[in-house]
Design a binder for this molecule. Structure first.
Ligand code: CA
Length: 233
């Protein structure tokens, strides 16, 4: 198998060097771009496996770069943002980014995000090959055609909304889904009320799904951002 090719888009040299040094040491290939224009050019001409995209770029906004790339490709995009750019991070996820890293981040965090994204890629490719109508993740199994979910041998007794939520998360496994994305998919709107309801339904879903609701295995909370289903080994 080829080493994964990562496109690193970062105008800050010290951050760029940290990333590329890490990639080199861990068997990744990489390309770099210093601005949004360069990012779009490199992404279209080299079709990288994953894009690491800084949101604060000198020419065009990182969110615009995501929208451009999404017009022709679903390649995974992990955005890198400063803590002060929290709303940008949510805009980036809503524009189609897969995950985010907040500066300053450690080498371990960077590698962990890359691994999550690669697992998600592999899973999507396997599923596409199998035309899967049954989803499995750890003990969880969802039979999309029958509309049933199981944990081990036991059927999960879910309300229609809990089931819809579980399917939405599973179909986007590994990807952080924002509150707005989820409520728009479940209720077709995103009022504050819906986000409050979402918390309630997520709590009841977790009670049924997670062995220990205080340290969830399947559904990760991203405070102020949204939720993600994790791949369980
Ligand atoms: Ca920057």
């Amino acid at each position: 198998m080829n080493k994964p090719l990562i496109l690193v888009v970062e105008d800050d040299n010290s951050v760029k060097n940290l990333i590329t040094t890490t990639l080199k040491a861990h068997d990744y290939r990489y390309l770099t771009a210093l601005n949004g224009g360069g990012a779009i050019l490199e992404a279209s001409s080299h079709n990288p496996d994953i894009v690491l995209l800084d949101l604060g770029l000198p020419d065009i906004d990182g969110v615009e770069v995501i929208k451009k790339i999404r017009t022709w490709s679903n390649m995974p995009i992990i955005v890198i943002s400063a803590r002060s750019e929290d709303t940008d991070k949510i805009d980036a996820l809503d524009a189609g980014a897969d995950d985010y890293l907040t500066k300053p981040f450690s080498v371990e965090e960077l590698l962990a995000r890359l691994r999550v994204t690669q697992r998600r890629l592999n899973m999507i490719q396997n599923e596409a090959a199998a035309e899967a109508s049954v989803f499995t993740n750890g003990q969880l199994r969802i039979d999309y055609a029958a509309g049933c979910a199981y944990l081990g041998d036991d059927e999960l007794h879910l309300t229609p909304i809990e089931y819809k939520l579980l399917c939405l998360l599973s179909r986007n496994i590994g990807k952080v889904l924002t509150h707005t994305f989820i409520t728009q998919n479940i209720w077709g709107s995103s009022w504050d009320n819906d986000i409050a309801s979402l918390r309630v339904f997520m709590a009841t879903l977790r009670k049924k799904l997670e062995k220990d609701a205080d340290s969830p295995q399947y559904i990760q909370t991203h405070i102020g951002v949204g939720y993600r289903m994790m791949k369980v080994e």
